[in-house]
Design a protein around this ligand. Structure first.
Ligand SMILES: C[S@@+](CC[C@H](N)C(=O)[O-])C[C@H]1O[C@@H](n2cnc3c(N)ncnc32)[C@H](O)[C@@H]1O
Length: 252
């Protein structure tokens, strides 16, 4: 019941409110001429979340946000996207962290959709340098810990979550190519990773499928990579209004 309430609260109440307060914060910073490392100018065109996915009744689990998690409004939108995934298609996430997004993607998607989630083990050397300030998300006792809380109550859902380990820039994506109706990019925020994870996501997404990036307007590396890509290739990347999500749908 609580999950149903948070599913409603996420997009219907929190999103409009946080959207306003975010605009106000940006405006106030600009007036005061203050720089904030985690508040980037967002130049991509904007779109309402309702134009990205059909609004459905969704459930949001694990509503409490830890430092490193998406906002609850973003979780609500991801839950809607997962709910609308084609049966039998796959979902792929880069950046598991504590598994809050993974469990919500699995809980809301059709029972025939596997959810793959890739994370960097703390002791693995990376191809590129990760961004300053994101080490705490890598150095954790266990990836996907929040998913484990549901193993007894929802074993069929947790069994659909396949945790993968490795550096996203060195991972072999061959078996998942063109099979995903939803790819969520939320790994390292360094420019080189934002670029290489984007290339990986493009190879994973099936025709008619969607890629969502997190942390646009927040991390400089993500902004730079996505804005350069859009300037160069005119793909039609859109920032979902009131969030740090970027949306792209691969044409049919
Ligand atoms: C922002 S957190 C993901 C948050 C998660 N999606 C959520 O909100 O529940 C980023 C995750 O990406 C992982 N990561 C960072 N660099 C990576 C890399 N090179 N390859 C794979 N995963 C990476 C980190 O270990 C961390 O778990």
């Amino acid at each position: 019941m609580l999950e149903l309430y948070y599913g409603f609260y996420a997009t219907r109440l929190y999103l409009p409110w946080s959207s306003l307060s975010r605009r106000w914060r940006r405006f106030a910073r600009r007036v005061r001429g203050k720089k904030d490392r985690f508040l980037q100018e967002a130049r991509l065109a904007q779109v309402s979340w309702r134009q990205c996915t059909a609004p459905r009744t969704v459930r949001v689990w694990e509503h409490r946000k830890e430092n490193g998690n998406v906002r609850i409004s973003e979780l609500g939108i991801l839950a809607n996207l997962a709910r609308n995934c084609a049966p039998g298609s796959a979902i792929f996430e880069i950046g598991t962290f504590d598994g809050r997004t993974s469990i919500n993607l699995a809980m809301n998607s059709p029972a025939s959709c596997p959810v793959y989630t890739l994370d960097l083990p703390p002791d693995v050397a990376t191809k590129f340098a990760i961004a300053e300030g994101e080490r705490h998300m890598v150095d954790k006792p266990r990836s996907g810990a929040r998913c484990e809380r549901y193993r007894d109550s929802h074993p069929e859902v947790v069994n659909r979550i396949h945790q993968l380990y490795g550096d996203s820039a060195a991972f072999d994506y061959t078996s998942y190519r063109d099979s995903c109706s939803l790819v969520f990019v939320d790994g390292s925020h360094a420019y080189d990773y934002a670029l290489s994870d984007t290339r990986a996501a493009m190879s994973l997404v099936a025709r008619g499928g969607v890629i969502i990036w997190h942390d646009y307007g927040i991390w400089e590396g993500v902004n730079q990579a996505l804005e350069e890509l859009e300037a160069r290739e005119q793909l039609g990347l859109k920032n979902i209004r009131g969030t740090s999500l970027v949306y792209w749908r691969r044409p049919d």
